[in-house]
Design a binder for this molecule. Structure first.
Ligand code: BGC
Length: 391
């Protein structure tokens, strides 16, 4: 099941990548927004699914016409609070929804799927008009979200895709394949800038396999790195290049550190490691710490989230880069959609759609930015908290 999902994502992501290359556009949905693939699927596949999708679109249209009361309850279901982006989301949703006059219920589920299902159930019971969900596992919320839809609740995915269900009205996110492309390109740029001429010794890490973003980040990065591996410019000394070998269960930094320790012990006693692909900042810091402990010179390491500690490490030259995907923008976009629903204007229109295994989900996509020491002050110019870390 898990494997099948990953394969579907990888296939879709590859389609998205080829569409990206073909039209020279930087737009993407996660896992796929390839217009040709999208149209083909809609035209040829699932007549039955189409019928029910139409039915749910009609239901949404009715609800859209009605809107709902200004002080309505809004549920926010987050997967965990283990990385800074989710902690920021918890605070910002509570603040921004309260300021807009809503009654927010904001909960996080500690990486436990049944806990997240139960929290969403209770949001429905408490009369939530919209539920915003960052799923722990993109495939495991179908039945509870179908209950939400049956109760007339709007369902919005947050940061991560909700898969294999019709019970989702749209997803707000930074394109995940695109983010991975940026990470792969930044790793390559950093190697060239800091590690002399190729070949470079590199290892690869992925995020939590249940998170639909994680295989997409990896696929995006590999679209840049694989040609360099094929050309012999990058050598994956351990030979571990499959997402399943490189994934980090539950995005757990300590598991990544253990894997890095054993990669170094098993493969690098007589050589230096030049670079490591890391899917986020917590894992990046675990990798860098492992290299320090092993007496390795600092490799080029990528990241994601612009977490405070990594913003400092990038400034100090310990971590080569991060990718900023500002939570405040993602939350603001979500609140904008909630306001549109409240006013009876329905879901805003968007050209980006993604096949989630059941339907074409509208995607509201924001732009991530690669951050290195060179552009750090520029990127965080409007972020006094992060600017204060650059000294
Ligand atoms: C998010 C990242 C985050 C990771 C682990 C991903 O889905 O996009 O920002 O670092 O989950 O929490």
């Amino acid at each position: 099941m898990q494997k099948k999902r990953v394969m579907t994502l990888v296939l879709s992501a590859v389609l998205a990548m080829s569409a990206l290359t073909a039209c020279g556009s930087s737009r993407e949905g996660a896992p796929a927004s390839a217009p040709a693939a999208t149209e083909e699927k809609t035209e040829t596949a699932d007549a039955a699914a189409d019928t029910s999708a139409d039915a749910s679109a009609d239901a949404s249209a009715d609800a859209a016409g009605a809107g709902f009361e200004a002080g309505a309850t809004i549920g926010i279901s987050l997967p965990w609070l283990g990385t800074q982006n989710w902690k920021e989301a918890e605070t910002m949703f509570a603040e921004q929804l309260s300021a807009a006059g809503y009654n927010p219920i904001v909960q996080a589920a500690d990486q436990k799927v049944p806990q997240q299902q139960q929290q969403i159930e209770s949001m429905i019971e408490n009369g939530a008009k919209v539920i915003v969900v960052g799923p722990i596992d993109g495939t495991q919320l179908g039945s509870v979200l179908e209950k939400a839809k049956a109760a007339g609740v709007y369902v919005i995915g947050y940061d991560r895709l909700i898969e294999n269900t019709e019970a989702v009205d749209g997803v707000v996110q930074f394109g995940s394949v695109r983010t991975g492309v940026m990470q792969g390109q930044a790793l390559l740029d950093g190697l060239k800038a800091l590690k002399g001429d190729a070949p470079y010794n590199v290892e690869l890490f992925g995020g939590g396999p249940a998170d639909p973003n994680a295989p997409n980040f990896f696929t995006g990065a590999m679209s840049v790195l694989q040609p360099e591996i094929d050309a012999g410019n990058i050598v994956i000394v351990s030979g571990q290049t499959d997402f399943t070998q490189c994934a980090t269960e539950d995005w757990d930094n300590s598991k990544a550190q253990k894997r890095m320790d054993s990669l170094l012990a098993g493969n690098y006693s007589d050589k230096e490691i030049d670079g490591v692909l890391s899917p986020n900042d917590g894992i990046a810091r675990a990798i860098i710490t492992s290299c320090e402990d092993a007496g390795q010179p600092n490799p080029v390491v990528t990241g994601l989230d612009a977490e405070n500690e990594s913003v400092e490490w990038v400034w100090q030259g310990k971590q080569y880069c991060t990718v900023a995907k500002p939570t405040k923008d993602l939350v603001a976009k979500s609140v904008e959609i909630i306001n549109s629903l409240q006013a009876g204007n329905g879901m805003p229109s968007t050209d980006v759609k993604t096949d989630n295994g059941k339907i074409e989900v509208p995607i509201y996509e924001l732009d991530p930015v690669v951050v290195t020491k060179d552009n750090e002050k520029e990127v965080f110019a409007d972020d006094p908290d992060r600017m204060a870390l650059l000294k």
